[in-house]
Design a protein around this ligand. Sequence first.
Ligand SMILES: Cc1cc2nc3c(=O)[nH]c(=O)nc-3n(C[C@H](O)[C@H](O)[C@H](O)COP(=O)(O)OP(=O)(O)OC[C@H]3O[C@@H](n4cnc5c(N)ncnc54)[C@H](O)[C@@H]3O)c2cc1C
Length: 353
Amino acid sequence: MGTAIVVGAGIGGVTAGVALQRCGWQVTVLERAAELGEVGAGISVWPSAVAVLEELGVKGVEKVSVRSKPAGMRRPDGRWVVGAADLGFELPVMIHRAQLHDLITAEFGPAVTVRTGYDVHAVRQTATDVTVNGELRADLLVAADGIRSAVRTALYPQYEGPRYSGFTAYRGIADLELDDGGGETWGRGQLFGFARLIDGRFYWYGTANQPAGTTSEPTVFESWHDPIPQLIKSTEKVLQNDICDLTLPLMPFRQGRIALLGDAAHAMTPNLGRGACAAIEDAGALRRHLSSGADLTTGLTAYDAERRPATTKLVKRSRSLGRLAQTENPVLCTVRDTLFAAGGKLAALRRRS
Ligand SMILES: Cc1cc2nc3c(=O)[nH]c(=O)nc-3n(C[C@H](O)[C@H](O)[C@H](O)COP(=O)(O)OP(=O)(O)OC[C@H]3O[C@@H](n4cnc5c(N)ncnc54)[C@H](O)[C@@H]3O)c2cc1C
């Protein structure tokens, strides 16, 4: 095929590395961090992304994942709003991020070279190639360098890029014994969710509205129903990230010989739990379009035509769900919970009839 550079070794970048290797490219993955890896948190992986990982030959996802038990949505006092079993939709599996990252990189063969501690600061392309930092040359560059992508900024300097959603997220892994199926609890302007990991520990996340750049603790959840306070107390390290997504409309995912992938192309709020899954699906699409026999321009144009509209919908839906989850208006919260409860009852009735 040719030579490809992937910028960034997050879940998107490493999956792109495997995908390109599978269709015959010589791949160099460049990662700014000193070591490969992922943060200490869980991740929900939806069936469509699991299917892409299987297509790419990533083995063992089922061995490190837990299929979510039907749980549902509660109020902060513990009363159930709706059970996921009532809604009857397909649930994602839950995996530790580092385990997922390891499974993907385990598929790197001799065609993939990884350079860590390498910061990409300059990208230049001509009709025949792409050069990184004035020294590394390739036929194709895949920018998987995250929401603050330096490559995207170089391609689209006028684009506004990341947009603060108004809320921050806390995440952690709690080491405790629990007999609870997990699920989400929605309050007024806050949300908390948790799920079991394969090693018996629990991944949890919580959100709260606050100005961008404020460092805070998840103290607001101390008065919420059990086992939420215990989960937080049993956590060694709490991560905090201000939640941003990308300004719409998204920029084209292809310019010349450069493709954008993952959060660099379509970062979304985590409300649907699909950002990394969408990055995995991007990599699957890239592989399909680049192995169709078409030339690079046609393949990358088809990649953009498939993935930009699909992920634009996800960015919009995630943003809307985030607004609904983070509303502080008591009337809206009551209407929201009533509608969810009614929706659950209706769906359950339909499934039984
Ligand atoms: C709280 C929270 C919960 C989430 N939960 C889920 C979930 O349950 N399910 C799900 O599917 N998604 C979830 N997401 C979204 C998911 O984390 C992201 O969509 C996904 O990690 C994006 O992967 P990526 O590889 O595109 O980017 P990133 O993970 O951001 O990776 C980018 C990589 O590029 C490197 N890099 C950056 N700049 C350079 C440079 N100039 N040179 C070299 N390297 C560079 C970085 O060091 C990094 O390693 C969640 C997000 C958050 C914040």
